[in-house]
Design a binder for this molecule. Structure first.
Ligand code: UFG
Length: 326
């Protein structure tokens, strides 16, 4: 396939691009580099451009004879989306709709969309299945759900085949150590704990110790970024015209913040300084995915099934790249 990956210089996108190329797909990255990293993309594969430059996207689709698009490019900070919703609606919704129109002009109807557990909000029943009602509680989740709805309409009316993949907590790094997680600012738990272990930060602050969970801290389903990449490729290869795929992606087991800290201490052999703080607004106590549907329907199976192996791959990256891609 000739694949265009928007946001392919970002954390999850770059892992997907590496996999697609390894599996023989002619893959091109379209990324603004606002948050992405040039060094995360193999030489000669990057086209620098913003999603709002539709004429450039048209040009790329034509020149590279693209037949499928994997759309990662989006803003993804939950807290920021509450403060600056316009930024999220503009990029995650308006720019995505413009991208969809470019694809329509070029008769491209195979699309994989990067969605999120945040489309579910705070469900009471765990694990979260594809039948769980989607009731997002922040603008980020709302914008992603809005695009899911648009895609369902496009599939029905224009015979598009699309997959909406809802990631739980993407984590880890490629085992070969060449690409990994490097966000500015960093807000995610595993890199922040590793920074505290390395002395790059004074401590890890635990956001809330009074949750109704076994040790009082939030429980999340951490899924390795390479397992996520595999799910995208499976979906791409199996999509049929008019088909709608919706899949939740996690390992089906949750780990508490304290358990993740313990895993980092074990893997790095370093003590992590801890500060217990108040809850972070909008954090549900527990989010765990059921990924049975994609396992059954596409034969997807995560390789990284425990937090220690995920943390070990992240540590491998951070240890070799203490300044990230810089
Ligand atoms: N946490 C801390 N201290 C920190 C950072 C995080 O205790 O310094 C806790 C959070 O409270 C949360 C857990 O660690 O309980 C994981 O937090 P992350 O910020 O790493 O991830 P989230 O679960 O908040 O967010 C992830 C994705 C979002 C997505 C969301 C869906 O990063 O893009 O899941 O719920 F929207």
């Amino acid at each position: 396939m000739q694949i265009l990956v928007t946001g392919g210089a970002g954390y999850i996108g770059s892992h997907a691009v590496k996999l697609f190329l390894e599996r023989g797909h002619d893959t091109w990255v379209y990324d603004s580099l606002i948050y992405g990293h040039r060094a995360a993309v193999p030489a000669g594969r990057l086209i620098v451009g913003d999603l709002n430059e539709t004429h450039r996207i048209d040009q790329v689709l034509l020149e590279k004879r693209i037949d499928a698009v994997v759309h990662f490019a989006a803003f993804a900070a939950v807290g920021e989306s509450v403060q600056q919703p316009a930024k999220y609606w503009q990029n995650n919704v308006v720019n995505t709709l413009n991208l969809l129109e470019c694809l329509r002009r070029h008769n491209i109807s195979r699309f994989v969309f990067s969605s999120t557990a945040a489309t579910f909000g705070t469900p009471e029943q765990m694990p979260i299945t594809e039948a769980t009602p989607q009731r997002p509680i922040n603008p980020y989740g709302v914008t992603k759900l809005t695009v899911e709805h648009a895609l369902a309409d496009y599939a029905r009316a224009y015979n598009w085949g699309f997959a909406a993949l809802r990631y739980f907590n993407a984590s880890g790094a490629h085992p070969d150590g060449t690409i990994g997680e490097d966000h500015t600012p960093e807000t995610h738990l595993i890199p922040l704990i590793i920074y505290a272990a390395m002395g790059k930060r004074p401590h890890i602050e635990i956001f809330g110790t009074d949750y109704p969970t076994p040790d009082g801290t939030c429980v999340r389903d951490y899924i390795h970024v390479c397992d996520l990449a595999e799910a995208h490729l499976l979906a791409l290869e199996k999509l049929q015209p008019g088909q709608q795929m919706h899949y939740n992606l996690g390992i089906g087991r949750g780990y508490s913040v304290r358990e993740v800290i313990a895993a980092v201490e074990e893997v790095t052999g370093k003590t992590v300084p801890i500060k217990e703080g108040p809850r972070r607004a909008g954090d549900p106590p527990v989010l765990v995915a059921s990924s049975e549907k994609i396992q059954k329907e596409l034969g997807w199976k995560p390789c990284y099934m425990d937090i220690k192996s995920i943390v070990a791959s992240a540590w491998n990256w951070h240890r070799a790249h203490p300044k990230g891609y810089k």
